[in-house]
Write a protein that binds this ligand. Structure first.
Ligand code: AMP
Ligand code: MG
Length: 404
């Protein structure tokens, strides 16, 4: 079977999936979701002329000189719903955010007065148009305040909420089900007999999916028969998943239950990708439109497969970017690699005078979980390289964030 370039394999997956149908979500629950439609302001912002300072609302012409004294008509606090009117030759004491009385054309900040409550003395002549936030100066009703395709971050929340709609149309977070396969697996907390191991992949993939911004709706496990896998996949679909991730059972040996369940059928294609770790991969759409990602079983292989292939496809389903957030880093300590396949190396990043530095972390074995915990990034080493040398520039993706 020919080896596929990792980029070609990833493209095959992202092209096979599509953004999920849009839904209406409360504006306060949209963090991390992508807008399916633009957000149009229902109201202008600010909604009314209001004071930018604590001070006194006056007509500038009534305060022509330092030493002018005016009677104070009253106080306008923030939240005052009265429509106040300024009589010529008077002042209203006013607080930041309070509506400016009709007839006032400026606000003199309290620091430029004696702060009086019955009457107020001004330290200098007033200028018109000062310290008033004008209605609509930020946003006009009818303006598009956020474009379709925007991924809601904290900075978008104020305008989203103030624009006046209780809900917005967004692409929902894909719901992911994770299934690990293997007769040797037991769950965390179980007693282990000789030859058995804890299922680490399902909890890890659930954590990866959540870290990358998706929702996990089901975590399952199956033994090493085709029937067990098919039953676990059915359970995952019944749990309301939008996508299923399996691990294990995709290599060339015996007891490869994913292959036993799907090989030769039309739904899942098994491939070999020119990448180390993560060479054996399976992918397809089962049933109506359920993507199934069949990852290799070694923990590091399945982590790398998630970052490189699954996350970009799930992001496509979420309306987000397919791109991986590669950064450029300079190798501070070299290592050997085997040519012919792209190596996705576990590395540690450091910050130095020249920018980002990168050094190998842990051994290369795909079963090394202790080592994996010390790595904080993956480095991409081209298939043509047989060695990475100090000073080389390489691409790295952090394992701390969303990978995008
Ligand atoms: P497989 O791809 O099923 O042949 O598994 C390859 C290696 O990964 C074997 O050593 C398995 O025991 C191990 N492995 C498979 N699945 C898991 C899992 N969920 N958690 C931990 N190790 C696993
Ligand atoms: Mg197995």
């Amino acid at each position: 079977m020919e080896l596929l370039a990792p980029s070609d394999y990833s493209a095959r997956l992202t092209e096979a999936v599509a953004a999920l149908p849009a839904v209406d979500v409360a504006v306060t629950d949209c963090l991390g979701l992508v807008l399916a439609e633009p957000v149009i302001a229902r109201a202008s912002l600010p909604g009314f002329d209001n004071s930018a300072m604590d001070g006194y609302a006056v007509r500038a012409q009534d305060v022509p000189d330092a030493g002018t004294v005016l009677p104070v008509a009253g106080v306008v606090p923030a939240g005052d719903t009265r429509r106040n009117r300024l009589e010529p030759g008077t002042a209203w004491q006013i607080m930041t955010g309070a509506p400016v009385p009709d007839g006032a054309d400026t606000v003199v900040q309290v620091e430029l007065t004696d702060g009086g409550t019955d009457e107020v003395r001004f330290e200098r002549a007033a200028e018109p148009g000062v310290s008033i936030r004008r209605a609509g100066e930020d946003v006009s009703a009818g303006d598009e305040v956020l474009a379709a395709g925007t991924r809601i971050a904290a900075r978008h929340v104020p305008v989203l909420v103030a624009a006046g709609s209780a809900t917005v149309r967004v692409i929902p977070r894909p719901k992911v089900a994770v299934i690990s396969t293997g007769d040797e697996l037991r769950s965390v907390g179980d007693e282990l007999a000789y030859g058995q191991i804890i299922d680490t992949n399902a909890p890890m993939l659930a954590a990866l999916a959540r870290q990358a911004g998706f929702e996990v709706v089901h975590i399952g496990r199956s033994g090493d028969t085709a029937e067990a896998v098919l039953a676990a996949v059915e359970q995952a679909s019944d749990a309301g998943a939008d996508a299923i991730i399996t691990t294990g059972g995709v290599s060339a040996g015996a007891f490869e239950p994913l292959k036993a369940a799907f090989e030769g059928g039309s739904e899942i294609t098994f491939s070999k990708v020119a990448m180390q770790p993560g060479k054996p991969q399976g992918f397809g759409i089962i049933g109506d439109r359920m993507p199934l990602f069949a990852l290799p079983g070694n923990p590091v292989s399945s982590l790398v497969s998630f970052v490189m292939f699954v996350a970009p496809a799930l992001r496509t389903m979420a309306g987000r970017t397919t791109d991986i957030a590669w950064l450029s880093a300079r190798v501070t300590k070299g290592w050997r690699t085997s040519p012919g396949r792209a190596q996705i190396a576990r590395v540690r990043l450091s910050q130095n005078d020249h920018g980002l530095g990168v050094a190998p972390s842990g051994g290369p074995g795909s079963h090394l979980m202790g080592g994996l915990a010390h790595a904080d990034a993956l480095a991409w080493i081209d298939a043509s390289a047989d060695e990475v040398t100090a000073g080389d520039e390489v691409r790295v993706v952090s394992l701390e964030g969303e990978f995008a």
